[in-house]
Write a protein that binds this ligand. Structure first.
Ligand code: ATP
Length: 238
């Protein structure tokens, strides 16, 4: 791993959020520094996507604070949060479906040319820059959204289950690119259900259960066992 800078790229402190009167997050605190990958793991319904939606600005928190690149972005819009330094892959809006593959890339403020981005997954997007994004398969749309995020010029990358629905070779490539982004100094927040794959590319992990962080630690060789135990037994704390 490369040297880490001191920059804190993401801080979430005491986040509470939900849907209408339904509270889902009950005071979530986490952070991501420059040059590290942090994975949020949790069972179905734990609140991972709600956390993601809150961090990217789709849901306004009822309490707590969000800082991106040390700027207070609490309650700000997704575009303001993006301008502050966050690139993301959201489950609810991976791409602009009416635009072409190339147009989706041109809108993203990339650090690399479209050809390089499309080449991240060899053979998948050959000759398809003018294809409408909504006509790509589900897996292809996820790969394009991930490639766009990985090649963004932003320092903070936030990805909600980017490996879901990808074939194993493309999962391996995606994880390799996430590691490369971390090593060039990006901070990565990964939301995942695949414990082993996520921990293999992470520096730290947090386990979310019923809207609360119930465990966190270093993603070392014993982490997978600890996390598997927590995720198998509801209500257990580390
Ligand atoms: P999964 O791994 O299954 O995708 P998750 O950890 O991402 O789950 P969330 O999607 O954040 O979990 O859901 C957390 C809780 O919030 C669930 O109980 C879910 O029913 C509820 N929830 C999610 N979206 C809404 C919504 N739009 N309106 C009301 N409740 C919602």
């Amino acid at each position: 791993m490369s040297d880490r800078g001191n920059g804190r790229l993401l801080t979430a402190r005491g986040l509470r959020a939900g849907y209408g009167g339904i509270a889902v997050l009950h005071g979530v605190t986490l952070h991501v520094d420059r040059g590290e990958t942090v994975t949020v793991l949790g069972r179905n319904g734990a609140g991972k996507t709600t956390l993601m939606s809150t961090l990217v600005g789709s849901i306004s928190p009822s309490a707590g604070r969000i800082e991106v690149c040390e700027r207070d972005m609490t309650g700000r819009s997704p575009s303001a949060i993006s301008r502050a330094g966050m690139a993301c892959v959201r489950q609810d809006q991976p791409l602009f479906g009416e635009l072409t593959v190339g147009e989706n890339l041109n809108l993203a403020g990339l650090s690399a040319g479209a050809d390089r981005v499309l080449g991240l997954f060899p053979g998948v997007f050959d000759g398809r820059a003018s294809q409408r994004a909504s006509t790509l398969s589900g897996g292809e749309q996820k790969m394009l959204a991930a490639a766009r995020c990985l090649c963004s010029a932003k320092p903070l990358l936030v990805l909600d289950e980017p490996t879901e629905g990808l074939q194993p070779a493309n999962v391996a490539l995606l994880l390799q690119y996430l590691t490369a982004a971390r090593d060039r100094g990006c901070g990565v927040l990964l939301i995942e259900q695949h414990v082993d794959a996520a921990l293999s590319v992470s520096d730290r992990y947090c386990v979310l259960e019923k809207g609360e962080i119930v465990a966190e630690g270093m993603a070392d060789s014993t982490a997978a066992k600890r996390v598997a135990r927590l995720m198998a037994v509801s209500g257990v704390r580390d």
